[in-house]
Design a protein around this ligand. Structure first.
Ligand code: HEC
Length: 204
């Protein structure tokens, strides 16, 4: 895990220096390098910041042309306010699930989500200096049985806020997002989903 992180940081450094030279900005926006000082927001503040960004986020991710997440902002939302996700780079995140994933909230041990279920977690960065900007989008898609036994038929995709694809376990730079499933394996008994932290759940 640590070695992978280092690799990732190395790749990002190289990429950002090569492509833009704007190293600070690029790494800041990278979802899996934790930001150092996330602001401590109330639920209301978090909601307000999110509202101010939603259009921009939608446009950004849409540039990825990933049909999978078209209109995700109209899907059921399972948290009552954006919450800090330590495992997704200390960003404020939301947990959306498409309608096919009807049992995402109520999944019992050993049950699985239907094929075609898509879970979308968008994110925003809020620093303690009050800077707010869109973060990466994290996606899980349940594939037909047998498609990819290595990941229990889950596909993981990470999209950068500008719509560029960071990685897709079923395609582009699959290795860059292999660590997603490694962590999600911890909740294999809940079909590899962690669900929302208790204090932010809309559905218990
Ligand atoms: C170190 C552990 C860890 C890693 C690595 C990780 N996740 Fe997660 N993921 C979690 C946890 C914990 C949650 C639930 C809490 C939260 O929302 O942060 C979660 C939630 C999610 C959800 C909402 C569905 C659910 O599990 O309830 C999606 C979608 C998701 N992650 C996608 C990804 C993708 C894509 C990657 C890789 C780019 C990734 N995750 C990497 C731990 C991880």
């Amino acid at each position: 895990m640590i070695a992978r992180r280092k690799n990732l940081i190395g790749i990002l450094l190289t990429l950002s220096v090569l492509t833009t030279g704007a190293w600070a900005q690029t790494t800041d926006q990278e979802a899996h390098l934790a930001i150092e000082n996330p602001a401590d927001l109330s639920k209301d503040e978090a909601r307000q910041h999110y509202r101010s960004l939603t259009r921009r986020m939608e446009r950004g991710y849409a540039a990825a042309q990933l049909d999978l997440i078209l209109n995700y902002q109209n899907w059921p939302l399972f948290n009552d306010a954006p919450y800090i996700s330590a495992t997704h780079g200390q960003r404020y995140v939301n947990s959306y699930a498409n309608r096919l994933a009807h049992n995402y909230a109520t999944l019992q041990e050993g049950e699985v989500l239907p094929v075609g279920s898509v879970l979308a977690k968008d994110s925003m960065t809020v620093t303690d200096e009050g800077k707010v900007y869109p973060g990466a989008m994290f996606v899980m898609e349940k594939l037909p049985a047998g498609t990819n036994p290595d990941t229990a038929d889950w596909r993981y995709v990470m999209v950068m806020p500008d719509g560029s694809l960071f990685g897709d376990t079923m395609g582009f730079r699959a290795g860059a997002v292999a660590y997603c499933h490694e962590c999600h394996e911890a909740v294999a008994d809940r079909d590899y989903t962690f669900y929302v932290p208790e204090e932010f759940r809309v559905v218990e």
